[in-house]
Design a protein around this ligand. Structure first.
Ligand code: MG
Length: 159
């Protein structure tokens, strides 16, 4: 069996009155993400991890923010398109692990929904999709609620 590992990282700025999407789930919040797409910074990091595992570049290369086709797009569609690339190479997801750094709101009540949303797109059970959330103890740009930072790791398998 062949295995590949990939990591992804993304940051989006927060601003008042914009929607907040994380792992495909709409989060109730007074602030949301500044972005060309729907701003789902967690899915963007996950896409970069998948692309990174296969050395296929990055999400900005695949879906440039200068292209009006991607304006306001649901990031779940971007993830599906990235998964098409993964499957085209004969790969499948083993597991993914996502860490979201956000000062507020608290994400713990929505984690199960996030895992259940991502799992079918990734073609795995929710038990293979880890989503973790942390604050940064009010330190740095995350702690000042100026933005959100996400790290994602994926394992890909080919039988
Ligand atoms: Mg992004």
């Amino acid at each position: 069996m062949d295995i590949r590992i990939g990591n992804g990282y993304d940051v989006h700025a927060l601003a008042e009155g914009l929607p907040m999407w994380l792992c495909g789930v709409r989060i109730e919040s007074a602030t949301g993400f500044v972005a060309h797409s729907d701003g789902d910074v967690a899915i963007h990091a996950l896409c970069d991890a998948l692309l990174g595992a296969l050395a296929l570049g990055d999400i900005g290369h695949l879906f440039p923010d200068t292209d009006p086709a991607w304006k306001g797009i649901d990031s779940k569609i971007l993830l599906s398109k990235v998964m098409d690339r993964v499957r085209a190479g004969g790969w499948r997801v083993g597991n993914v692990d996502v860490t979201i750094a956000l000062q507020r709101p608290k994400l713990a009540p929505r984690i199960a929904e996030m895992r259940a949303t991502l799992a079918p797109i990734l073609g795995v059970g929710a038990d293979a999709v880890s989503v973790k959330a942390t604050t940064t103890e009010r330190l740095g740009f995350v702690g000042r609620s100026e933005g959100c930072e996400v790290w994602a790791t994926v394992l890909l398998l080919k039988d």
